[in-house]
Design a protein around this ligand. Structure first.
Ligand SMILES: Cc1cc2nc3c(=O)[nH]c(=O)nc-3n(C[C@H](O)[C@H](O)[C@H](O)COP(=O)(O)OP(=O)(O)OC[C@H]3O[C@@H](n4cnc5c(N)ncnc54)[C@H](O)[C@@H]3O)c2cc1C
Length: 349
């Protein structure tokens, strides 16, 4: 008989994990309350670079190809389209930034990601351009709203998803029993709301609110994603997503005037556009101070796991991390030490 897994949460973490478990022959049931979903309001951008330090993103060479293949595979499974390759054009804020790009782009390890600067990059006119611009290759974005919406329908149609709130009264962690049913594996993927639930409340999960704007403009180029102080992601037909704010230790879900003003100010650093704001969204990222995910088995309750803390780079990391968690659950393969929640266990229990 197939083993059974119960997943709490159908955001990015829960959906990626469900796919990985199903492909390993595990029966899956998902419980999701159907709102407060960070994954749906995300821009879904996968930028190989961390511009602040002009470094590659953590474990980039492992995460990126697997994520590209995974999202295209899931497009085939769900028979829909949400994976979009894109070039990110970074407008430099100083001569130092341009110089550091130039020297990085000469390193072999950066060749797939940073295009060599050309005369046209330096004089590019898609935005205010004092110090030049450079192109990041191998980036993409996932239509995040569609990812979540399509998955809810997909799993519901197959009878794998129950839309209801987790109830601690129904949960017996020692027995891995929920609502009277025993599971071989139970995985908590509740995003920033994990803190409200007792089982993993000892973990140092933080809540970092983010807001974005959906704007319309016929003055902004839609050929590339523009970047300086903010990102501008073209959605087609003159629509763009502008993001994002970082509001630390904030788990409120309402949009604010201050958020809108900041995003429009950041946009103005790229050009004096006159955008029409069509919508404003807010969500809460599940983040961790050491910027690493939270994965692994509960220190006391056997068979009870967490997959969380995906932070700002969830769309790049989740496919690989979900596969690694399943290999850990089914084959006892060790997790990457920087992701394993055992890094907190000794200190906090
Ligand atoms: C404004 C913004 C922009 C972002 N942009 C990007 C980006 O461009 N690229 C990128 O990679 N990442 C981005 N992120 C981060 C990304 O969204 C997160 O890393 C990722 O979505 C987290 O996924 P998750 O599944 O852990 O959490 P969530 O998406 O929050 O999912 C948690 C799920 O658990 C369910 N749940 C919670 N509590 C309960 C309960 N008690 N009972 C039942 N169900 C429950 C919720 O309904 C939800 O579906 C952004 C985030 C924000 C807020």
């Amino acid at each position: 008989m197939a083993k059974k897994a119960l997943i709490f949460g159908a955001g990015l973490a829960g959906t990626c994990l469900a796919h990985r478990l199903l492909s390993s022959g595990i029966e899956v049931k998902i419980v999701d309350q159907g709102s407060n979903n960070s994954s749906a309001v995300a821009a879904g951008m996968v930028n190989p670079m961390v511009f602040r330090r002009m470094n590659k993103s953590w474990r980039l060479d492992e995460f990126l190809p697997e994520a590209q293949a995974f999202y295209q595979e899931i497009e085939r499974v769900l028979q829909t389209h949400f994976y979009h390759p894109i070039v990110i054009r970074r407008f430099f804020s100083s001569n130092e930034e341009r110089e550091s790009w130039q020297s990085r782009s000469e390193e072999e390890a950066y060749a797939p990601y940073l295009a060599k600067l050309t005369a046209s990059d330096l004089a590019h006119t898609a935005a205010l351009n004092t110090f030049g611009s450079g192109r990041v290759q191998n980036a993409f974005w996932v239509d995040a709203e569609k990812w979540v919406g399509q998955h809810i329908s997909y799993f519901k149609q197959r009878g794998l998803l129950v839309q209801e709130e987790f109830s601690s009264n129904l949960w017996e962690p020692k027995l891995r029993k929920y609502a009277g049913e025993t599971y071989d594996f139970v995985v908590f993927c509740m995003g920033y709301r994990q803190k409200e639930e007792q089982t993993f409340s000892y973990l140092p999960l933080q809540q970092t609110k983010g807001q974005t704007l959906l704007i319309e403009s016929d003055q902004i180029s839609d050929l590339e994603s523009l970047n300086r102080k903010c990102f501008v992601l073209p959605y087609g037909e003159g629509r763009f997503r502008v993001g994002a704010t970082y509001e630390f230790n904030n788990s409120t879900l309402h949009v604010t005037e201050a958020g809108k003003v900041l995003l429009l100010e950041n946009l103005a650093s790229l050009g004096s556009y006159e955008p029409v704001v069509v919508a404003q969204t807010a969500g809460v990222r599940p983040t961790v101070l050491d910027r690493r995910p939270l994965m692994g088995q509960h220190p006391i309750y056997r068979g009870v796991y967490i997959f969380n803390g995906l932070g700002t780079k969830g769309y790049m990391m989740a496919p690989t991390l979900a596969r690694e968690l399943v290999a850990h659950m089914l084959e006892n393969k060790p997790l990457h030490s920087e992701t394993n929640i055992s890094r907190f266990t000794d200190r906090t229990l």
